[in-house]
Write a protein that binds this ligand. Structure first.
Ligand SMILES: Cc1cc2nc3c(=O)[nH]c(=O)nc-3n(C[C@H](O)[C@H](O)[C@H](O)COP(=O)(O)OP(=O)(O)OC[C@H]3O[C@@H](n4cnc5c(N)ncnc54)[C@H](O)[C@@H]3O)c2cc1C
Length: 416
């Protein structure tokens, strides 16, 4: 892999940018690998990268039914934060957030990590109390975040509606100064390029139809490009996880819904932090291009449609216009949806399974972009060593049988 740098940029500029190397190869799948990863989203690609980098496992294929990063990784609103409530969640989300700090240097790709600060508004007394509790928990875990007053909120976000007589007045906010955003495609592309450079085969347009097992051991996968044998198979397919795991005879404790977002026409800079308004249920940040990136709710029924729906659009716009009245006459450019994988406790599953050599990483639901580096790091360790990484251990499938849930749904209201 030729390194990207200011010098390579200058060198290529002299040649009218005609000599850039392809970012990753497009190999034909081999008939056998040590590890097959199903799904080239951020989590699958990060897993492949850390398998190669940290564990020297390079005979790896990442199989993707569409194009890499075309699932939820390329559809999210890019919020990165680690101020979760439960100890187990804080550990993995803070590992991920801290890896984001140096990710661009690590994978030699500008992932545009922007720790611009993130506010979670408190618009009811209940929310204020809940956030104070999270603040105490985060402080114990050494996560840098703090409660701020309504006046500080207004200073950080001048466009926020601070009228005291509105339906949900602002009572304060929970602020994580080094939370923020990243460029989602670049995260996928950066990991893909760096994994490819270490010998990982990324095979796009290769749909896995079935996980093959013989007794209690995985044998490989049946795909649209033939059978591929593998000693280990790692499933990282977000909203499609239940379907693919069912082919191995495993029923997953999760459901799939379509989560939606939209983006406005570009306007001049008006907000340089990320704001989440969980009570009215909407959140917003401004992209480098000036577009307002707006996220909201999911369809209230299970489905596999990757598109927006009018009720979700209406609900989100209502919430955001109430919070930021200046956007009321803004034109929306587009909206979209992604199929997210929700567990009952709104926490992920990073786990071995009862089938030898079969591993699963899913259930990130509405909030798994921020966790990509941490999740890939601990999942790669789990797959390489065939035992859960200590940070991954609490997120095992067994927690649903043991009643050891890691409840983030109540804690966060929305778990983005
Ligand atoms: C609208 C929206 C907003 C969001 N906002 C945020 C946010 O602000 N912050 C945040 O942290 N998270 C957010 N998320 C959640 C986040 O995007 C996901 O949790 C995360 O991207 C999941 O990554 P992944 O790699 O597991 O899944 P994906 O990126 O979906 O990758 C899975 C891949 O598996 C492939 N696949 C599926 N089945 C098969 C098969 N049978 N064979 C081969 N390949 C297959 C898919 O094509 C896909 O590319 C949001 C999600 C959406 C939809």
């Amino acid at each position: 892999m030729k390194r990207y740098s200011i010098f390579s940029l200058a060198r290529n500029a002299f040649n009218y940018h005609k000599d850039w190397q392809r970012a990753w190869r497009s190999p034909e799948p081999k008939s056998e690998y040590d590890v097959v990863i199903i799904g080239a989203g951020g989590h699958g690609l990060a897993t492949a990268y850390y398998l190669a980098k940290e564990h020297g496992v390079t005979n790896v294929a990442v199989l993707e039914k569409g194009w890499l990063g075309g699932g939820n990784t390329g559809r999210n609103t890019t919020i990165i934060r680690s101020n979760y409530l439960q100890d187990e969640s804080m550990a993995i989300y803070e590992l991920a957030r801290s890896l984001y700090e140096d990710l661009a240097q690590d994978v030699n790709f500008n992932v545009m990590f922007s720790p611009r600060g993130l506010l979670m508004l408190c618009q009811t007394e209940h929310e204020l109390r809940a956030m104070k509790r999270t603040d105490h928990a985060n402080r114990l875990a050494g996560i840098e975040a703090r409660m701020i007053s309504p006046a500080e909120v207004k200073t950080l976000v001048p466009i926020v509606n601070d009228a005291p007589d509105c339906r949900y007045p602002i009572l304060g906010a929970y602020y994580q100064p080094r939370g923020g955003t990243g460029r989602h495609d670049a995260v996928a592309w950066g990991y893909a390029r760096a994994a490819d450079a270490r010998g990982v085969d990324i095979v796009q347009n290769c749909e896995v139809f079935k996980i093959l097992r013989e007794g209690d051991r995985v044998q490989g996968v049946e795909t649209s490009r033939g059978t591929i044998r593998a000693k280990k198979v790692a499933v990282v397919t977000s909203g499609n996880t239940s379907v693919i795991m069912e082919t191995a005879g495993l029923r997953m404790p999760m459901e799939s819904v379509c989560l939606q977002a939209m983006v406005s026409e570009p306007i001049k800079p008006c907000m340089d932090v990320v704001v989440m308004a969980n009570t009215v249920h909407g959140y917003m940040s401004q992209s480098d291009k000036g577009e307002l990136v707006i996220g909201g709710g999911a369809d209230p029924y299970n489905n596999y449609s990757q598109r927006g729906s009018f009720p979700a659009l209406e609900h989100t716009v209502t919430a955001l216009v109430e919070t930021f009245p200046i956007i009321s006459r803004l034109r929306m450019l587009r909206m979209w949806g992604g199929v997210v994988d929700m567990t009952g406790d709104r926490s992920p599953i990073i786990s071995k399974t009862d089938v030898g050599g079969l591993y699963v990483n899913a259930g990130w639901g509405t909030g798994g972009f921020k966790s990509i580096p941490g999740s890939g790091f601990v999942f790669a360790d789990t797959v390489a060593n065939d035992r859960p990484h200590p940070i991954a251990e609490p997120f095992g499938l067994n927690r649903f049988m043991e009643g050891r849930l890691i409840d983030e749904s109540v804690a966060a209201a929305v778990a983005h």
